[in-house]
Design a protein around this ligand. Sequence first.
Ligand SMILES: *Cc1c(COP(=O)(O)O)cnc(C)c1O
Length: 237
Amino acid sequence: MMEKSFVDTAVSENLQYIEETIHTACAQASRKRDDVTLLAVTKTVPPERINAAIQLGIRTIGENRVQEFMDKQDSLLLDQADVHLIGHLQTNKVRRIVGNVQMIESVDSLRLATAISRCSQERGLVTPVLVEVNIGGEAAKSGVSPDMLEELLGNMHELRGLHVCGLMTVPPIFEKEREKRQVFSKMYQLFIDIRDKKLDNIDMQVLSMGMSGDYREAILEGATLVRIGSALFGKRQ
Ligand SMILES: *Cc1c(COP(=O)(O)O)cnc(C)c1O
């Protein structure tokens, strides 16, 4: 049987533009294209369009909500793409997500980390996670404050069943290029400082930052993973 084919011209053209932008930013920063992962943010996007993106070569997708992901899961070509959970995760939903995604990017408390650790151990798994940092100190955003990051990592490194692979952030929205780069640079510095401390069981390989409006600046400042939604799939309702 031939695999069903999903064609989407708009997604194809958007992806081409995004790829060019990533290439140019990598070249400008003397980085290799392969050092940056493009994650397609698929919240509110129907499965056919997500599958079209996967057939165009997207290998990582990101979902925000546990329930939405569960509803779409069976319709997706998940033998060809990894899934990251990028939205806030409630402790009581951990059981539904551990083992069903390849990474949880939004760990921001010891309580959540402990729940992931327990559930992963019960299932004989090690769950890769990122710690979400609230780099702009915004009250409405989740994420641990930069001041508390080291303490959280210090408490997390003993937890079995999870592996800290790096950091994630959703910074404030800035208009000016200089401001965008400044906040990403601050985040990169934090990433490097922690990496240099070589904490046990804490790896700093992934720095997830940059969205549709600022992924170019994020790559210039050291992002290894950019999360792109609307620039790829169009405006969300
Ligand atoms: C929605 C979302 C994105 C993508 O936003 P766009 O501006 O549409 O690219 C990235 N990261 C997180 C955590 C999101 O919730």
